[in-house]
Design a protein around this ligand. Structure first.
Ligand code: SF4
Length: 357
């Protein structure tokens, strides 16, 4: 059999850092190195490349400050942190568990650029935690990392970026990959009523229809709703199918890309039942500190359960809407503010599922 060059095989697969996911053994350092791992960090640490210029050229936008380029933001921080706050950030978890060395390599670059003394990878998944710890230890023992990097289940103050962004930094330094929203490929996770749910890289500007019908193998029934940026994303009607998925169009429609998670619902879905399930999730994450979120979520949950039982009156609908609006504008943190958005958009776009008179 022909001897394959692993780096070429990988280059043919995809250009961004997700290329390692599923292609290398996540707990094998030698595997990662054979596929070009730690070449980028070595170049950076040895000052063979100007990372800030490369990041500027790539237009890499900071995830937590969407109007700010990483190249402008990364200018010195004693502690740098790789942290994903959203438990539904499937893309982050994927790279953390399937390619933990990418995160370690990214942290080396992140620390070097900022001249940071400490690097912390915050993760709340047990498998990812164990694999990242092993990757940190293996890289240190092999002499590939001399930085102070720890893996923690507890958050810490510092300059923060998420795992996907940092993973892309490795790819950018390796091969001048240019991520979305500037141009190029973007990772999205699609689930729900599609034949092939999963994580895909799509061209910037791909339509929802193409993503669902061609890339994810098609919906299992006629599409009724698409939830974009779950869990706090909007429930949109199928009217959006021919719109392009890109950063600017999402922003212009007042939407958030959030976790880049897209959930497809087919016509068998009762949106009141869907919102009832969502409110069950929200009840679990609300800390109860402020009234409109604490009481509002509970009241909406009770009222939407009534709708599911058949008590779908206009009065009920108006009351749920009024509580959601109050929650959207009157709560202390994004859980309450954004938490109301799925309810409001479901009421707006699927009114017939909430009023049956
Ligand atoms: S809005 Fe935030 S602070 Fe207020 S109760 Fe909900 S989770 Fe707590």
């Amino acid at each position: 059999m022909e001897n394959l060059d692993p780096k070429k095989v990988l280059a043919d697969l995809t250009k961004n850092a997700n290329k390692y996911c599923g292609a290398v053994n996540p707990i094998c350092l030698d595997d990662y190195v054979a596929f070009g791992g730690y070449e980028a960090s070595s170049k950076v640490v040895n000052n063979e490349v100007d990372v800030i210029s490369i990041l500027k050229d790539a237009n890499l936008v900071a995830r937590k400050k969407l109007n700010e380029l990483c190249a402008d933001r990364w200018s010195g921080a004693e502690t740098v942190v790789c942290e994903t706050e959203d438990p539904m950030a499937t893309l982050d978890l994927k790279v953390q568990t399937e390619a933990p060395h990418v995160i370690v390599e990214a942290m080396i670059i992140f620390m070097h650029v900022n001249n940071a003394k400490k690097g912390v990878i915050v993760v709340n998944d047990e498998l990812a935690y164990n694999r990242l710890n092993k990757a940190v230890t293996d890289a240190k023992n092999a002499g590939l990392n001399d930085k102070d990097i720890i893996v923690s289940k507890v958050s810490i103050d510092g300059l923060k970026e998420n795992a996907q962004l940092l993973a892309n930094v490795v790819a950018i330094v390796q091969n001048s990959y240019k991520p979305a929203p500037a141009k190029g490929l973007k990772g999205v996770a699609i689930g729900g009523k599609v034949k092939n749910p999963g994580v895909y890289e799509i061209e910037d500007g791909t339509t929802y229809r193409k993503l669902i019908e061609e890339i994810a193998g098609g919906a299992t029934g006629k599409v009724k709703a698409i939830k974009v940026g779950a869990p706090y994303g909007e429930y949109l009607s199928s009217d959006i199918l021919d719109e392009k998925i890109n950063f600017m169009s999402l922003m212009m429609n007042g939407m958030v890309r959030g976790t880049a998670l897209i959930v497809v619902l087919d016509e068998s879905t009762d949106m009141a039942k869907e919102i009832s399930d969502y409110l069950g999730f929200l009840l679990n994450v609300s800390c109860g500190k402020c009234f409109p979120c604490k009481v509002g979520t509970k009241r909406m949950d009770e009222m939407v359960k009534e709708v599911v039982k058949g008590n779908a009156t206009k009065e009920n609908y108006n009351m749920i809407k009024s509580i959601a609006v109050n929650m959207n504008i009157g709560t202390l943190c994004p859980i309450g503010q954004k938490g109301a958005v799925p309810v409001l958009t479901a009421l707006e776009n699927f009114r017939d599922d909430f009023i049956k008179e």
